[in-house]
Design a protein around this ligand. Sequence first.
Ligand SMILES: O=C(O)CCC(=O)C(=O)O
Ligand SMILES: [Fe+2]
Length: 324
Amino acid sequence: MQGTALRYYSRMIAGEYARLCYGNDAGFGNNTRAWRELRRLRHESPAGSNDADVNAAARLLNDEGWLKIDSTAGDSILRRIRSRYEALIADADASIDLGFGRRVDAVRHIIDPMAQIPELGAVFDERVAEVVRTAYGTHFAVAAVRVWRTIHIPDRELVRRGRFRRARPVSVMANLFHNDEHPVSTLKYFVQLTPDVGPDTGALRVIPIHSTRRIVRAGYLRPDAVFGPARRLLAANDDVVVFDGAPGSGLLCNSERCLHRAGIPKAGFERAMIQFTLVPSARPLPADWAAHLPPDPGVPRRALDIDLTRSDRVAPTPRSDLFA
Ligand SMILES: O=C(O)CCC(=O)C(=O)O
Ligand SMILES: [Fe+2]
């Protein structure tokens, strides 16, 4: 018990230091180690592009933490992916519920999507790869591919009322602004799979790096604990980028340095997303990367395998009670 408390408080202090120092909630080690590693790779295995447009896009991505860049995959590939997705998401053995708290059904992931839908490889095209390589200034690897969908959850399930406490927001699908707890050099390429994704049908929201930094330093502690000026800044933020668009629309995003959240689809809507997780690497991306993608520990084959400490989940309930 004592060890647990010590771990808890050292994590809290390290986290607080990282929030003030780095201006994000990705965690202390995820900031320090990532920058060190990226500097080393840039030095030892430099990579990039001579194309002025690619360089401008990469600079924007590094400065702002996001860049809209659509996939060049054609309609017929996207339609094929969509119809495979429909079959797999309805198949109890091919997909798994990974929502939070009482609504595990709020988010459902395809298990091993790259093996089930090989066409996904074509969604990550060379133009996107060139921007990523240039932004890193070194090579990169595709660490994981995910495909998931979110569903409508009624408002009453998105707040929790304690007996004496004020109402707290509840995360069922990463619907509260958060930073992913991965090394801050991680980039994600999100691609829309369902049509009509807009602000009220589940669009992902992203807050650019500079604005995230201001909010995190002004009183953002955790997704469900935002205080003082940070609360106001988060409630009325003109910088929020809404990732809407037709199937194939893409967004490169640093979700460790940009606060972001899933929108809740309105009643009658579901939203499906494809996500490529990208990490810096000493070696060029092999042409056959898709055939050798290791299993994603964050999307297990059975519910029993779920690791409750999974780092990209928002804070579990017991932690928040300590701040009440
Ligand atoms: O579903 C989304 O739009 C965002 C999901 C997300 O941020 C996460 O899983 O960390
Ligand atoms: Fe996230």
